[in-house]
Structure formats: C-alpha cells, structure tokens
Ligand binder design. Structure first.
Ligand SMILES: *[C@@H]1O[C@H](CO)[C@@H](O)[C@H](O)[C@H]1NC(C)=O
Ligand SMILES: *[C@@H]1O[C@H](CO)[C@@H](O)[C@H](O)[C@H]1NC(C)=O
Ligand SMILES: *[C@@H]1O[C@H](CO)[C@@H](O)[C@H](O)[C@H]1NC(C)=O
Ligand SMILES: *[C@@H]1O[C@H](CO)[C@@H](O)[C@H](O)[C@H]1NC(C)=O
Ligand SMILES: *[C@@H]1O[C@H](CO)[C@@H](O)[C@H](O)[C@H]1NC(C)=O
Ligand SMILES: *[C@@H]1O[C@H](CO)[C@@H](O)[C@H](O)[C@H]1NC(C)=O
Ligand SMILES: *[C@@H]1O[C@H](CO)[C@@H](O)[C@H](O)[C@H]1NC(C)=O
Ligand SMILES: *[C@@H]1O[C@H](CO)[C@@H](O)[C@H](O)[C@H]1NC(C)=O
Ligand SMILES: *[C@@H]1O[C@H](CO)[C@@H](O)[C@H](O)[C@H]1NC(C)=O
Length: 262
C-alpha cells in the first residue's frame, strides 16, 4: 500500500530536536491543587481499598505504614492539601508493588497528582477514575496495565502530563484526547496500540512532548495532517520505531518509517 507521508519535513524536525531526547530521562515537574466537598474519611477508605488490592508489597511499605492509627495524610506516598485536608497527591513510584487499581480510587476528588510508575500494577483501569477531574499529572508508566486505551481519559480536562509508556494497553488512541487542551506531555511508547493517530491530537495546542514509538500504529493517513499544528511548538516528537541513532538521521530513518506502512 502506498501512503503519502510528508517525511522530509518530519525528518528535519526530529533530526534537529534529537538532542532534547536526553531530557526525557529527567523527571517532569508538577503541582498539586485543592478546592472543596466530601471529607478525608472518603479518601482514607479509598486508600484502604487500594491497599487491599495490593497483592505483593515486598518491602512492606503499605502493610506497616498505612495504619488507621495514623492520619492518612502521614501515610507514606500520600500528600494532603493544607486548605481542605484532602488527598491531593499519591506517589508510589518504584515501590515494587503488584496489584490492581480499585474503582474506589475515583473517590479521591481532590487528587491532582497520581504517580505509580515503575511497579507491577496490572489489569484494566476502572472507569470511576474518570471522576478525578482535578488531575494534572498522571504517570502509570512501566507497569503491566492492559485493556483498551480508555476513551474516558478525555475527562481529565486539567491534565498536563500523561505517561502510559511501558504497559500493555491495546486498541486505538482515542480521539477524546483532543479534549485535553492543557496537555503538554503525552508519552505512550511501548504499548500495543494500533491504528492511526487521531486527528484530534493536532488540537492539543500546548503539547510539547509526544512519544508514540514502539506501538503498532499504522494505516494510510495514520499521521494526520493536523499533527503539523503540534510540530510548531512541540519540543519532542517521536512517532514510530526509532531503533538507534543511526536510524534517526538520514535515509535509514526514512526507510524504517516507510516500511512501517502496511
Ligand atoms: C466525614 O463525613 C461523614 C459523613 O459523610 C462523617 O460521618 C464523618 O465523621 C466525617 N469525617 C470527618 C473526619 O470529618
Ligand atoms: C509512615 O511513613 C512516613 C513517611 O516515611 C513516616 O513519616 C511515618 O512516621 C510512618 N508512619 C508509621 C506509622 O510508620
Ligand atoms: C516519589 O517517590 C519516589 C520514591 O519514593 C521519590 O524518589 C520521588 O522523589 C517522589 N516524587 C515526588 C514528586 O514526590
Ligand atoms: C524501577 O524499579 C526497580 C525496582 O523495582 C529499580 O531497580 C529501578 O531503578 C527503578 N527505575 C526507575 C527509573 O525508577
Ligand atoms: C467510593 O467509590 C466506591 C466504588 O466506586 C463506592 O462504592 C463508594 O460508595 C464511594 N463512596 C465513598 C464515600 O466511599
Ligand atoms: C521498569 O521496571 C523495571 C523492573 O522493575 C526496571 O528495571 C526499569 O528500570 C524500569 N524502567 C523505568 C523507565 O522505570
Ligand atoms: C504484555 O503482555 C505480554 C503477553 O501477555 C507479556 O509477555 C508482556 O510481559 C506484557 N508486558 C508488560 C509490560 O506487561
Ligand atoms: C471529548 O471529545 C469527544 C469527541 O472527540 C466528545 O464526544 C466528548 O463528549 C468530549 N468530552 C469528554 C469528557 O470526553
Ligand atoms: C479541533 O478543535 C476545533 C475547535 O474546538 C473543533 O471544531 C474540531 O472539531 C477539533 N478537531 C478534531 C479533529 O477534534
């Protein structure tokens, strides 16, 4: 199948921007928020249910520390906002935890920061998470999540950073992502995503980082022309199968790129 791809333009941009790839290794900055309704007991219950869904905690982080004798706000990995005394941030990155995400987590209505990257959480994500309307930062990278890429991610209208890389998400990239007008970072590499990049991605006018390689994105017009809106301000954009430095520069990149069209 022959597809029209504006490749020279693409190559120029990626070649030029390549040194910035190094920045990927740096942790992103973020923020927390708060505002006002249920209470901290709701949050405590949600986290106790989460704890009960953790099936393996080799270093006993949660087992010994998440005790009802202490305030939720003093639990390891939990941050509360000072104004409303509700949970605003969760950070369980790299704790070697195995488990699933329960629907109760969607009750953390003040949550702005959710980072559980680099663990072994698995299963699919419950739709109740769509209630986390204050989320600004969501990092599920490097776990074993599976199931279709949830289209309800379009509910996170405050979201600035979304990391889902290194999981087993399937299906297509939902066009509802076009609703995330504040999104600056979208990292989806190393999953099992297929199909084209939705044209709606071209509407993400604040996007600075877009990494989609190591998936099965394909099809004629899998790169919509609207993506060039993103190029204008994107500092980092990797679409597909970048294997080595050699491949990124020059003809070999072009060949790899075209071979991926089927
Ligand atoms: C939270 O609200 C419930 C009722 O919805 C109440 O029973 C409980 O005492 C409250 N807890 C705190 C810590 O205010
Ligand atoms: C839980 O961990 C936090 C942060 O490391 C610590 O400040 C707190 O004392 C611990 N609480 C318990 C009950 O071990
Ligand atoms: C999250 O937790 C990890 C490990 O406990 C720590 O290294 C990292 O600085 C934390 N990140 C934030 C934003 O608190
Ligand atoms: C990921 O977690 C493993 C242990 O679970 C640790 O050895 C590794 O350094 C972590 N990597 C990052 C980038 O956090
Ligand atoms: C929280 O969420 C769960 C499941 O989504 C629900 O059953 C529960 O009633 C909710 N509310 C509270 C206050 O825990
Ligand atoms: C992913 O997890 C594995 C195993 O825990 C670890 O060795 C690796 O460093 C992690 N990578 C990142 C990017 O966190
Ligand atoms: C994805 O699923 C495959 C097959 O079930 C498995 O071999 C692989 O380890 C999984 N990868 C992740 C990151 O969970
Ligand atoms: C997001 O965008 C889609 C169209 O792509 C629209 O149908 C949907 O109602 C929007 N809102 C949410 C919350 O996903
Ligand atoms: C992009 O946004 C504009 C204005 O909000 C809207 O009319 C258009 O349908 C969107 N395009 C896509 C592909 O979602």
């Amino acid at each position: 199948m022959i597809c029209l791809i504006p490749t020279p333009n693409l190559m120029g941009k990626i070649g030029f921007l390549f040194p910035l790839m190094v920045l990927l290794l740096l942790p992103p900055f973020g923020a927390t928020l708060s505002a006002g309704s249920p209470n901290i007991s709701t949050d405590q219950l949600a986290l106790l249910v989460l704890k009960s869904h953790v099936t393996y905690d080799p270093r006993n982080f949660l087992a010994s520390n998440w005790s009802t004798s202490a305030s939720v706000c003093n639990w390891i990995g939990v941050t509360c906002g000072s104004r409303h005394q509700r949970v605003t941030a969760l950070n369980f990155s790299a704790m070697s935890l195995t488990g699933t995400i329960p629907p109760h987590l969607g009750n953390l209505s003040f949550l702005a920061w959710l980072d559980i990257h680099n663990n072994s959480f698995q299963g699919s994500l419950p739709i109740e998470l769509a209630n986390l309307r204050r989320l600004k930062y969501l990092n599920f990278a490097n776990n074993s999540f599976s199931g279709e890429f949830p289209s309800w991610f379009g509910s996170f209208t405050q979201l600035q950073s979304l990391y889902l890389d290194g999981n087993n998400f399937t299906g297509v990239i939902p066009s509802t992502l076009g609703n995330l007008s504040k999104l600056e970072i979208l990292i989806l590499d190393y999953n099992n995503l297929k199909g084209p990049i939705p044209a709606a991605v071209g509407n993400l006018s604040n996007l600075k980082w877009l990494i989609l390689d190591e998936n099965y994105l394909s099809g004629c017009n899998w790169i919509p022309f609207s993506i060039f809106n993103v190029f204008i301000h994107c500092r980092m954009l990797i679409l597909e199968l970048i294997i080595s430095l050699q491949v990124i520069y020059g003809r070999e990149y072009l060949i790899t790129f075209l071979n991926y069209e089927y």
